[in-house]
Design a protein around this ligand. Structure first.
Ligand SMILES: [Zn+2]
Length: 328
């Protein structure tokens, strides 16, 4: 696995009975993280003379934090960093945020400090994180607890997120895929966006966009996007598109989707989706060729790909291949 030394620490070695300058080694270790095996990035210091590991408080704290973060990921919890993003993106203080989503004034701060929410609150937090529309409903329910200015500011922030989250993100990612691939059919594009959603869940524990997809005969379809490109039918989308500017974490996922899923035809990708639970479940009771505009619930997609991440132990981006091999 990856292993490199990145800095040095001066520490007392009890075996050598002297202060030594030792390298800090950073590496991935498979360890038991609260009942689950997980690959965790650790930092450890070793004496250069006797090779014993030296106990360094700050490295111990770092490793513990990493284990806790792994535990959160494994169990579908938001990371502390994601929790910290919440009041920022909704432009509201921690305490009013806590009240806005129906929790006690201090409760959310406790979660920021590491206390673990119960299952239903965890579910609530993930939903608030992914779905500004749901957050707006909660604000509406709890607005008597908040002051006027707080309400106006946070509602505006949620609306801004909605405007950015819905379709514009989806269309931006579509433009990126078209520009990078050069040769992509509408069917292929739909499926690559569906797997973009899957990869965001697997690697970032969040949705790429909140647009809902429908369980059509030929797999999951984002209707607005389909409308835009439907005239190309089974041909490549021959539209000159500039590569849009994306954030590096978005690009990382889209490049993986292009590399790992983009090599398959639309038909093959369609067959992949036909083997997966979200599409199958949304179409329960329908005949094979029966048209349907049933929604594949984003919660279901979220849960399904979280379970895939755990089942196939997908840690690094390239690990996605092990899941594709299963679908193939
Ligand atoms: Zn030593």
């Amino acid at each position: 696995m990856m292993e490199n030394s990145f800095n040095t620490i001066i520490q007392y070695c009890e075996h050598c009975d002297k202060e030594v300058t030792c390298n800090v080694v950073e590496k991935y270790e498979t360890m038991n993280s609260f009942g689950n095996e997980a690959s965790i990035l650790t930092k450890r210091a070793y004496c250069p003379y006797c090779q014993h590991e030296l106990w360094v408080g700050e490295l111990h704290d770092f490793n513990l934090t990493q284990r806790q973060a792994a535990w959160r990921r494994e169990n579908g919890y938001l990371s502390i960093k994601q929790l910290e993003e919440l009041p920022v993106k909704y432009n509201i203080g921690k305490r009013p945020f806590s009240q806005a989503i129906g929790l006690g004034e201090q409760t959310f701060t406790n979660y920021l400090n590491g206390s673990i929410p119960n299952k239903s609150i965890q579910h609530l937090l993930v939903k608030v994180y992914n779905n500004p529309a749901y957050y707006l409903e909660l604000v509406e329910q709890n607005k008597n607890l908040l002051n006027e200015i707080t309400i106006i500011k946070t509602i505006k922030a949620a609306h801004d997120l909605l405007g950015r989250n819905e379709s514009s993100t989806l269309f931006l990612y579509a433009a990126y895929i078209i520009a990078k691939c050069g040769d992509v059919t509408p069917l292929q594009l739909q499926k690559m966006l569906y797997y973009t959603q899957a990869c965001f869940i697997i690697f970032y524990n969040k949705l790429a966009f909140t647009d809902e997809c429908e369980a059509w005969v030929h797999g999951p379809v984002y209707r607005n996007l389909w409308e835009k490109y439907k005239d190309y039918k089974y041909e490549s989308i021959s539209q000159a598109v500039q590569v849009p500017q994306l954030k590096s974490d978005e690009e990382a996922i889209l490049n993986i989707v292009i590399e790992y899923f983009g090599k398959y035809s639309g038909k093959v990708l369609e067959e992949f989706t036909h083997k997966e639970l979200p599409w199958l479940k949304a179409r329960e009771g329908l005949a094979q060729n029966e048209p349907s505009n049933r929604i594949i619930d984003n919660d279901l997609i979220f849960e399904y790909y979280t379970s895939i991440k755990n089942k196939y132990n997908i840690v690094s981006l390239a690990d996605i291949q092990s899941y594709i091999d299963k679908l193939w």
